[in-house]
Write a protein that binds this ligand. Sequence first.
Ligand code: PGA
Length: 249
Amino acid sequence: MSRRKLVAGNWKMHGTSADLGEVRGIAEAARRLDGQVDVALCVPATLIHRAAEGVPGFAIGAQDIHMADKGAHTGDICAAMLHDAGARLTIVGHSERRDAHREDDTTVRAKAEAALRSGLKVILCVGESDAERDAGRALEVVTAQLRASLPSEGATAVNFAVAYEPIWAIGTGKVPVTHDIAEMHAALRATLVEALGEEGAGVRLLYGGSVKASNAAEIFAVEDVDGALVGGASLTAADFVPIVEAAAA
Ligand code: PGA
């Protein structure tokens, strides 16, 4: 099945209004390559409204949501609020949230379900630690994570994507060998088809972890890699646009 690639940036806790020019630069490239590649940018919550207003039609996303639709949750933001601010998608289950905020698969699943209920598309992250890979358990751990954090209903090829992000590759400059990426993506594809049937064959599987312009083409050429989730190299148009262009090529 042919799936159009999706390249999503994750700004993490970077960016203020001074950086909105970068959002415009990235959206401009996405417009130029419209129809060849899908592009999204997950900015800090504080920038979503201004970013979305500045680039109509371009997919601005959030990096996390609360699992409840509303309520007494000081400091948290629900899916409907993010949608109202202009977000069209959200990341859930990023390893930095799983680790620093102790989010387990059940929480991540509830967040994915809350996002879909509010009309936000979802990028669900999974990935193994270096200890798990060294122990030969990467495939087992990551497929189990995917099974346990998949929304129980509502996920389709249009509104749902999965990002495989080995934790040891995030922000480290280390990238798995292409054989290991291919092996993991094949296992995740099989898991998606098993869980979602036909739709699972169309869900995009992104790779994330130290993707940059210099390695993007090689990663995008790997079987079953349908795009990338990019952290550090998404912060400027100069770094990010060449990655988007590699996905469009
Ligand atoms: P990185 O981050 O591209 O800076 O390694 C990827 C991510 O955490 O999504």
